[in-house]
Design a protein around this ligand. Structure first.
Ligand SMILES: [Fe+2]
Length: 301
């Protein structure tokens, strides 16, 4: 009998095994590529629809020592430009139209108006159409607004919008509006405000909550910045790796925090920028601020 025969059989057998493994791996790789391609197309298709599906999210927030009910509209993260010359006019018009249909006593803005300095004038051409209610409009600037901070402040104040970066304003005999500069680009610092009133804090970046304790007497804080995750697969977002305050309602001590998904934003910038949102629908926030009944709180605890 030829002694090389088992060797040849073993060689053929092993070669076959390796070929089968390679074949299975290639099939997996092909399936993987097809899956990623289809997922990208789906995100692209559904993402555009969702971006344009702006809605008004209404919430009731109960605040201790609030004397009178108040309707507040809050808007943040416009950024309707992906480059110097591309501006999403329809999305911007939609924000103004939907806001102007609402009834509210106070308008608060959370910053991030534009991405590019070239679009500042265009943005304010639209913003000047927004209804400024009887108690006024207050804002802080977002990280993107630092491209030309001073010019944006001038433009805001021309419209009668008060900038409260590291500053505060006594709204009436009960409420103070406080603001801080952006966490990433500015030097956020709480000003010296009176501590016997209902204090509402604007901070573009929600991570400033980490600096807040009960001693600061902040009843309600409003933020944005993360666009609700912008592209969220199940509960996974890139932003979630940075912070837990990506989107929604939170409480820390006696401070209530709402982080808006924002009205706009863009995914990426420059030529590759896209107007896409996936599982992070854009929103206009309308808060009905009510007095918190301490008796009810004790009874329901
Ligand atoms: Fe931002």
């Amino acid at each position: 009998m030829d002694s090389r025969k088992p060797l040849i059989f073993s060689f053929i057998f092993l070669t076959l095994i390796i070929l089968i493994i390679l074949f299975v791996k290639i099939i997996y790789i092909i399936i993987g590529i097809i899956f990623i391609y289809l997922l990208t197309r789906y995100i692209g298709y559904k993402g555009v629809k969702e971006y344009n599906n702006l809605y008004v999210k209404e919430m009731e927030i109960k605040l201790k020592d609030l004397k009178e009910e108040l309707d507040v509209v809050y808007l943040a993260d416009f950024q309707f430009d992906v480059n110097e010359t591309t501006f999403n006019h329809n999305a911007m018009k939609r924000v103004i139209e939907k806001t102007n249909k609402l009834e509210y006593d106070l308008l608060l803005l959370g910053g991030d108006f534009v991405n590019y300095v070239e679009n500042i004038d265009l943005f304010f051409e639209y913003l000047k159409e927004i209804n400024i209610p009887k108690l006024g409009c207050f804002t802080v600037l977002g990280n993107h607004d630092y491209i030309d901070y001073d010019r944006i402040v001038v433009k805001l104040e021309e419209l009668g919008i008060k900038v409260v970066d590291n500053d505060y304003f006594l709204l009436n005999d009960n409420i103070t509006i406080i603001g801080v500069e952006d966490v990433w680009r500015g030097h956020p610092k709480l000003p010296n405000y009176p501590n016997d009133r209902v204090n509402i804090l604007l901070s573009h970046n929600p991570d400033f909550i980490k600096e807040i304790s009960d001693e600061n007497e902040i009843a309600f804080m409003l933020s944005g910045h993360y666009h609700g995750g912008q592209i969220k697969l199940f509960k996974m977002t890139l932003q979630r790796t940075i912070t837990k305050y990506v989107y929604g309602y939170f409480e820390k001590g006696r401070t209530k925090l709402y982080v808006t998904s924002g009205v706009g934003g863009s995914y990426g910038r420059g030529k590759r920028g896209k107007y896409i949102r996936f599982n992070a629908r854009p929103e206009i926030n309308k808060f009905k601020l009510k007095r918190e009944s301490l008796w009810l709180k004790v009874l329901t605890q």
